[in-house]
Ligand binder design. Structure first.
Ligand SMILES: Nc1ncnc2c1ncn2[C@@H]1O[C@H](COP(=O)(O)OP(=O)(O)OP(=O)(O)O)[C@@H](O)[C@H]1O
Ligand SMILES: [Mg+2]
Length: 495
């Protein structure tokens, strides 16, 4: 994402006497406005002409009364600029299809080469412009930055005034909610910024913290056209996750750095959660987003993989760029070892994906917090676990007795199962070696069993289910032992 000051940069470019400027943008209106504004404040002020294939050429900086439809023909407009146009700025909107014509190339060259006698700047604005090589060296490309904070604030204020005018009442808002809205609108074109500001304000004539989720969701829908990054509607609160006290404390301690209230601290980059299946790694990713109060985006690396060389990398880069624009947010990469494993006999494509991801992670300045999870160390690329890649690698082990109690309490409460404290303690002892998911499953099955009997769920139902379960940790005891041995050297216990 570009963060430079568009106005100043374009001003400098116009002053540098380049004859041909290319602006690739979907934000046509913003580019036009910027040009008109700069032309008006230039010394001396510059006339601005604008061309559209539908309307032809017209004077854009002053209203000369009524449309003057002439020179609609692309070749015609260029010759009239060359042969008699006033010095000034000529904005050609969506001229790109006609750049393939040799006549037009010649005419643009002429205009550029005669700039010294008669300074006429041609500005091409389109969503995409491919310049023929003969013109490339005569042209400067200008990259539009997204609207900055001040500009976004101005748009929000404008939308608020518009609502007030229509409804004869003031918009209800406090400074903090407006600040949040302005922040959440970052990374969008002016048109989209205005559209989302309207969505937030026009429904209820208020700007409140409640607008944030809808704005982020709409923004995500605008950005994620490729579809590799998923918006997770469900985040989780601290209280829904049993155990992992170290991880929770780690997250809480970095909250001020993440939400920007502690400017001296570097925002955290991300964590890798490694561990036993069903012990709450995925849940912890949802908790991270819940704790930080930001959207959760799930990056599906399996969907990134594409059979065409280069496509996978492009998709990954685009997704990461989208995440940057969605900041502040949490990006959750589930089972990262499956997407980035390099042992596959692919043609180095996974290696390049890994490289792209690691570079982004290392250079990232945005407030994007990554939570990656993994449970298969044999497929984990060593580069990923090297010191300094993630802020920390946490090991998520099978729950200890006290944590099993907590898991039982959380899942019993969720299903309105009433258990006495001594029953919880007894059940927790019984499910030694169970993962959180298996404990949850025991509670769920107990509820079914009780329902079949037509009775309320009791501790005895849960106990029966626990006794009838052979936990995965028994089946996979060797794998868990080697996982623990590996983790002991390289990770911090999450709990
Ligand atoms: N520590 C926990 N606290 C509360 N619930 C838990 C915990 N661990 C597991 N669960 C329950 O089990 C479900 C499955 O856990 P989760 O998907 O987070 O595990 P995982 O570690 O990501 O497993 P996998 O390696 O298979 O992806 C959770 O949605 C939650 O309901
Ligand atoms: Mg998981």
């Amino acid at each position: 994402m570009t963060t430079h000051d568009s106005r100043r940069d374009l001003e400098a470019l116009l002053a540098s006497r380049v004859a041909l400027i290319v602006i690739e943008t979907r934000d046509e209106e913003r580019a036009r406005r910027l040009l008109l504004d700069l032309a008006a404040t230039a010394r001396p002020p510059q006339p601005v002409f604008e061309w559209l294939v539908t309307d032809g050429l017209r004077r854009a900086d002053v209203d000369l009364g009524g449309p003057q439809r002439f020179n609609a023909e692309p070749g015609q407009v260029l010759s009239s600029i060359r042969d008699g146009g006033l010095p000034g700025i000529y904005v050609l909107i969506d001229f790109h299809p006609y750049l393939a014509e040799p006549v037009n190339v010649r005419l643009l060259k002429d205009i550029a080469q005669r700039y010294d006698q008669s300074p006429r700047t041609v500005v091409l604005i389109s969503h995409e412009v491919e310049l023929p090589p003969e013109l490339a060296h005569l042209a400067a490309r200008f990259e539009m930055a997204f609207p900055g904070r001040q500009e976004r604030r101005a748009i929000v204020d404008e939308v608020a005034r518009e609502w007030a005018r229509l409804n004869g009442a003031r918009v209800r808002a406090d400074e903090a909610s407006i600040g949040l809205l302005v922040e959440n609108l970052a990374g969008l074109s002016v048109t989209d910024t205005r559209r989302l500001a309207r969505t937030a304000i026009h429904d209820d004539g208020a700007v409140t913290a409640q607008d944030a989720p809808a704005v982020m969701e709409a923004k995500y829908a605008l950005l994620n056209r490729g579809g590799v990054l998923g918006f997770e509607y469900e985040t989780a609160a601290m209280a829904e996750l049993a155990g992992m006290s170290r991880l929770k404390e780690w997250l809480a301690r970095r909250r001020p750095a993440f939400d920007g209230t502690a400017p001296g601290l570097d925002p955290p980059k991300g964590v890798l959660l490694l561990g036993v299946q069903g012990c709450g790694k995925s849940l912890a990713a949802k908790v991270a987003a819940g704790v930080y109060g930001v959207p959760l985006l799930r990056l599906d690396l399996a969907a990134v993989h594409d059979k065409y060389v280069g496509e996978s990398e492009r998709k990954l880069r685009e997704s990461l760029a989208t995440a940057d624009v969605m900041a502040p947010c949490v990006v959750w990469i589930d089972e990262i070892e499956k997407g980035l494993a390099t042992s596959d006999n692919d043609t180095g494509s996974s290696q390049r994906l890994l490289g792209t991801f690691l570079t982004w992670l290392a250079e990232k300045r945005s407030r994007v917090f990554v939570v990656a999870t993994a449970n298969d160390i044999s497929r984990l690329p060593p580069e990923l676990v090297r010191k300094g890649r993630f802020d920390e690698i946490f090991f998520v082990d099978l729950p200890a007795p006290a944590v099993r109690e907590e898991v039982l309490r959380i899942h019993a409460a969720r299903r309105e199962v009433v258990l006495e404290p001594h029953e919880v303690a007894g059940l927790a002892r019984e499910c030694d070696g169970f993962s959180g998911a298996e404990i949850e499953q025991a509670v769920v099955s107990a509820a079914y069993a009780a329902h079949a009997e037509g009775r309320p769920v009791a501790a005895a139902h849960v106990l029966t289910e626990i006794r009838g379960t052979r936990p995965l940790s028994v089946v996979m005891s060797e794998r868990i032992a080697s996982l623990r041995a590996w983790a002991a050297q390289r990770t911090v216990a999450a709990d």
